[in-house]
Ligand binder design. Structure first.
Ligand SMILES: [Zn+2]
Length: 244
């Protein structure tokens, strides 16, 4: 009997998890770097600016879908890694998404990768990485486990860090600076969140995502497909794939 009593909270929590959808969770958007920390810098490109503009697009997507969110920074300001991570403690059951752009010694390095630390971050990271590749057509560098400061000991129910492309690669840098590409990254993250936590009931997602496309002045859609009722448009066709 004791075992049954102990099991009840787990059953209840599991049921809540099954019934919940994305708007039940606060998404903590973390635009990487900022202020005195520019992140990676290459000609004409500052990582801290790209992460912020992509994060603002992600925030707009979530707002349209009725999903609560908070950002670790809203402007070009310096924030410690610990303060970013600890923001999750103020929002129990939140989901933490850190956005970065990559740089490497090799100017040939390209593609998108997603990092996680805990088990739940792995499930979310897998969905987000898959959606990002689908939305951008970028080379898939995969899902990786790393104990980054913002991920390790993060109190969120799931924490991931997305590296949206290499600004050390001239071709990919131009893409990363393109607002349409940044929007594709933002929408890929939303798609991964929806696939993991469920489609927002207030949604009407398809129309809302299309509206964002129009705002970004993307070219007419060439392909689309339905994923759990949310119709999205890929940008790989309009932005072009890299010729290798
Ligand atoms: Zn970074």
């Amino acid at each position: 009997m004791k075992i049954l009593v102990c099991a009840w909270p787990i059953v209840v929590i599991s049921l809540i998890g099954l019934l919940a959808s994305l708007e039940a969770y606060t998404v903590i958007i973390d635009p990487g770097h900022g202020g005195s920390d520019p992140g990676a810098v290459r000609p004409g490109a500052y990582e801290k600016q790209l992460t912020l503009s992509t994060s603002v697009m992600l925030a707009a997507e979530l707002r349209r879908l009725g999903v609560p969110y908070v950002m670790t920074r809203y402007s070009d300001e310096t924030c410690s890694l610990i303060s970013r991570r600890d923001l999750a403690a103020r929002y129990p059951g939140s989901v933490f998404v850190s956005i970065h752009y990559n740089a490497a010694q090799s100017t040939a390095a390209s593609g998108i990768e997603t990092f996680y630390h805990g088990t739940s971050g792995r499930a979310l990271g897998a969905q987000v990485q898959r959606a990002l590749i689908y939305m951008t057509g970028a080379p898939n560098r995969g899902l990786k486990k790393r104990g980054f400061k913002v991920l390790a000991k993060n109190p969120a129910r799931a924490a991931i860090l997305v590296e949206g492309g290499f600004i050390s690669n001239a071709w990919e840098r131009r893409r990363c600076q393109d607002p349409r590409y940044q929007l594709a990254v933002a929408q890929g993250i939303v798609m991964g969140l929806v696939d993991t936590f469920g489609r927002p009931k207030r949604g009407g997602g398809a129309q809302q995502l299309q509206t964002v496309h129009q705002v970004a002045a993307a070219r007419p859609t060439r392909s689309s497909r339905a994923r759990r009722g949310v119709v999205v448009t890929t940008f790989s066709a309009t932005l072009g794939r890299r010729r290798r």
